[in-house]
Design a protein. Structure first.
Ligand code: GLU
Length: 294
């Protein structure tokens, strides 16, 4: 068990716990290097500890080889973390338990429609989008294509959160955003209506990013979440789940993203240059730090 986790559950020390949480679905790029180095720096400055978490719930896209590679890349950068590392795919029971709590509150419903069907249903209309760019999914508006009555019992389904019902159970929510100097804190209102009925368990595996990350941050005693600004809006959903589960809330810091030469967002799927490719070209860890301004 992690030393900082033991400290957390036994209340020995209020030492900050940070985590870097990559998904092993491709090779790490400069954006990951920046985020990991920043997490390590904040952990050092706050006299806390750093965990590595493997976010591999998407068993259709994640590969053990990428996990081995990312560990090598992070070690090459000079990062250290506590072992054992939590691998989400080994903890589906935790996420299923959490879903059970939401089911008991009658906040979940089955959704059968595929992305394609939803896209087709909204194609001819000026349909609002959620912060991830997916068509906003309010239950009633899409009932015609997603009515459980028109689907067989054994058809695969995802589980969606009934956002309207959930919001009726909680006060207006905000999260605490840590300022770059690590002392100032700003309360950011959680704009949940923008998300619609988010998916909390997918057809292919019994969790979603949102659910797993909230459960894990709490189970690992994470006190400071330092991650890219692309996750900023998702924090609203995380805050809501924390409230529904009665979990402590970490403070957040969403850092600027490292952009490519053309100002584009780096991405594993766009084959942005990986750290290992840069290493093969002769770049040193010091060069990488310099390049990302660390
Ligand atoms: N697993 C996510 C990623 O690789 C990071 C999630 C987080 O830090 O909350 O982008």
């Amino acid at each position: 068990m992690h030393l900082c986790y033991i400290a957390y559950v036994t209340n020995q020390t209020p030492s900050p716990v940070l985590r870097f949480a990559p998904s092993p679905n491709g090779y790490l790029h400069l954006g990951h290097a920046y985020s990991a180095l920043l997490n390590a720096q904040v952990a050092r400055e706050l006299d806390g500890c750093l965990l590595l978490r493997i976010e591999d719930i998407d068993i259709t896209r994640c590969r053990p080889g990428y996990e081995t590679a990312l560990r090598e890349d992070l070690a090459w950068l000079g990062l250290e973390w506590e072992e054992p590392v939590r691998r989400q795919s080994e903890h589906f029971d935790d996420y299923t338990k959490a879903l059970g709590r939401l089911r008991a509150l009658d906040l979940l419903y089955r959704s059968y429609a595929s992305r394609k069907e939803i896209a087709a249903a909204v194609a001819s209309r000026d349909w609002p989008r959620d912060p991830d760019g997916a068509p906003l999914y309010p239950r009633e508006a899409l009932r015609a294509i997603d009515d459980p009555a028109i689907h067989a019992e054994d058809e695969p389904f995802s589980l969606r959160l009934d956002m309207g019902k959930a919001l009726a159970l909680v006060p207006p929510l905000s999260w605490q955003e840590l300022q770059p100097d690590l002392t100032g804190i700003e309360a950011v209102p959680a704009e949940l209506a923008r998300w619609g009925d988010v998916i909390l368990a997918r057809k292919e595996f019994p969790s979603s990013y949102h659910l797993a990350v909230v459960c894990d941050d709490a189970l690992q005693g994470v006190s400071h979440v330092v991650r890219g600004h692309d996750m900023f809006q998702a924090t609203a959903v995380h805050r809501l789940l924390q409230q529904l589960f009665g979990l402590p809330q970490p403070v957040y810091r969403h850092h600027a993203l490292v952009l490519g030469e053309e100002g584009e967002k780096l991405s594993k799927s766009l084959a942005s240059k990986s750290l290992r490719a840069l290493r093969a070209e002769g770049m040193t860890p010091a060069d990488v730090r310099k390049l990302v301004g660390m």
